[in-house]
Write a protein that binds this ligand. Structure first.
Ligand SMILES: [Zn+2]
Length: 289
C-alpha cells in the first residue's frame, strides 16, 4: 500500500471512531423569542387573584444531537412574525399579537439558532412537533428534507380543528404554517415511539392540550433523564394543580400531566416545561450532555 493510501485508511478509521461514540449525544434548550409581559391569569384563569403576576415566557425549542442524526423538537413561531408588531399582525391574527406580545427577532428563529450552535437547517434529519399551535409548528417549512414526526390525530386536528378550538385561520392554528409542508414526509404516530430504537429518545403521547400532543423523554450520559413536556405542562403553576386555560380535553390534559409528573418522580428525571419564564432563566440557553 502506498504511503498516501495508508494515511487515507488511518483517517478513515479515525473518522469512524469519532462518529460512533455512544456519548456523542447532547441537548440544547433555546427559545423562539419571548411572549409577554402579561397577566398569568390570561393563560391560567383558575389561578386565584392573589397568585396573579406579570409573566414573560419562553417559546421553547430543542436541538438534540444523537449519533444517528440531528433532531429538532418544535420550530417556534413562524419567521414572518419576527422583528415588529406589524409583521406579526400581517401573519397572525392581530388579537394574538396583542395578547401574546411576541418579541421574536430574526436571529431567534430556529434556522439561526441552529447556525449559532454550528449546524445548518438542511442537516436536520428529524423534526418532532409537539402539536400544531402557532408557537410550536411555525417553521416546519424550513425542513423540507427532514422526516417529520407527529401524532396522526394532531395532523388531522391541525387541518380541521374542532369548532370550539376555532377554525378561523390565522387563529391558534395557522393554516399557512402547515400548507407549505403538506407534501413533506411524515412519520405519523399513534402513541409512544422509540425514535432511534435504542431507548435514548422516547416520544410520549401526552394528549389533552391538543388532541394529539406529544412530549419527549431523553436519556443523556451525564445529565440523566430529561422530560421535555412542551405544552403538556406550560409552567410551575400547572404542576401546582392549576390547569391551563386552553385544552382540547381537560381530562386527557390532567392524565398526561400526572403521567409526566409520576415518570419524573419514579425515574428521578428533570422535567422541563414549554413556557416557564423562571425555569428557562435558570436552566435555558445551554447544552445538556
Ligand atoms: Zn405553546
Amino acid at each position: 500500500m502506498k504511503k498516501s493510501g495508508i494515511v487515507a485508511a488511518l483517517l478513515g478509521v479515525l473518522c469512524i471512531a469519532a462518529s460512533s461514540g455512544a456519548f456523542a449525544q447532547k441537548l440544547y434548550w433555546t427559545t423562539s423569542g419571548y411572549f409577554g409581559p402579561f397577566d398569568i391569569r390570561g393563560l391560567i384563569p383558575a389561578l386565584p387573584v392573589d397568585k396573579s403576576r406579570q409573566i414573560t415566557i419562553p417559546v421553547s425549542m430543542w436541538v438534540l444531537d444523537h449519533p444517528k442524526g440531528l433532531v429538532v423538537f418544535d420550530t417556534g413561531n413562524n419567521v414572518a412574525i419576527s422583528d415588529s408588531t406589524d409583521n406579526c399582525k400581517a401573519y397572525w391574527a392581530p388579537g394574538n399579537c396583542d395578547f401574546l406580545k411576541p418579541s421574536q427577532k430574526r436571529a431567534d428563529v430556529i434556522d439561526m439558532q441552529l447556525k449559532k450552535l454550528g449546524y445548518s437547517a438542511d442537516k436536520v434529519k428529524i423534526v418532532v412537533t409537539s402539536h400544531t399551535h402557532l408557537d410550536h409548528v411555525g417553521n416546519i417549512a424550513m425542513f423540507p428534507n427532514a422526516i417529520h414526526v407527529m401524532q396522526k390525530k394532531e395532523l388531522y386536528q391541525g387541518w380541521w380543528p374542532e369548532k370550539f378550538q376555532g377554525r378561523t385561520t390565522p387563529g391558534t392554528f395557522v393554516m399557512a404554517d402547515l400548507m407549505s409542508a403538506r407534501e413533506f414526509n411524515y412519520l405519523e404516530l399513534d402513541g409512544d415511539y422509540d425514535l432511534f430504537g435504542d431507548g435514548s429518545v422516547l416520544i410520549l403521547a401526552t394528549p389533552g392540550h391538543t388532541i394529539g400532543h406529544q412530549s419527549m423523554k431523553v436519556k443523556l450520559p451525564q445529565s440523566g433523564t430529561i422530560i421535555l413536556s412542551q405544552d403538556a405542562v406550560w409552567m410551575q403553576e400547572n404542576l401546582d394543580g392549576y390547569p391551563a386555560g386552553l385544552n382540547f380535553s381537560v381530562q386527557a390534559y390532567t392524565n398526561s400531566l400526572q403521567r409526566l409528573k409520576m415518570m419524573r418522580d419514579i425515574e428521578g428525571a428533570q422535567l422541563f416545561m414549554a413556557h416557564d419564564g423562571d425555569q428557562f432563566k435558570a436552566k435555558g440557553d445551554r447544552w445538556y450532555k
